[in-house]
Write a protein that binds this ligand. Structure first.
Ligand code: TYD
Length: 147
């Protein structure tokens, strides 16, 4: 299926845990790279990160009409619960070398943030509130209309 024709039709199988390019500076730490044209599934347009998340907080309960993204646990760890309305799965992000690709049309919730955690999101659109689906019932109705 070509998701660019109907991004809302995305399924769980379109989500992917990717290994990002990374380099070890022998004994001096690590460096991870995310660059356009570097085998990423998105063209990066915008970056944001969340941090100082209090214990027990849940972030990101939403899906998007068009925006695709890659989430990275730059520091610490957290869980990403994903659903396409039919299948639900939870991915724990804990490595700064891994990026979780979430296409438009997949609902995500972030929880169980470790203390001091930084969750980086790379995305392929400008910020546009009208691209958000923040009501889960509306999300399910939109997904059913794609069947
Ligand atoms: P929100 O999407 O609710 O955060 P989360 O999904 O992590 O729980 O965003 C929090 C606030 O930040 C909200 O008022 C929208 C604003 N915001 C921007 O202004 N620009 C951005 O690029 C993003 C991602 C959020």
């Amino acid at each position: 299926m070509n998701l660019s024709d109907n991004p809302l039709a995305a399924r769980m199988s379109h989500c992917q845990l990717l290994e990002l390019e990374h380099h070890s500076a022998s004994g001096f730490g690590m460096l991870t790279v995310a660059a356009n044209g570097n085998e990423l599934p998105i063209e990066i347009r915008r970056v944001f990160y969340i941090y100082d998340v209090p214990a027990g907080a849940v972030r990101g309960g939403h899906a998007h009409h068009r925006m695709n993204e890659l989430i990275v646990a730059v520091s610490g760890c957290f869980d990403v619960e994903l659903t396409d309305g039919k299948t639900t799965t939870t991915v724990t992000l804990r490595r700064p070398t891994q990026g979780l690709f979430i296409p438009a049309g997949v609902w995500r919730s972030l929880s169980n943030f470790s203390s001091g955690c930084v969750a980086l999101t790379l995305c392929d659109t400008d910020y546009d509130e009208s691209d958000y689906i923040r009501d889960y019932n509306e999300f399910i109705q939109l997904k059913e209309s794609c069947l």
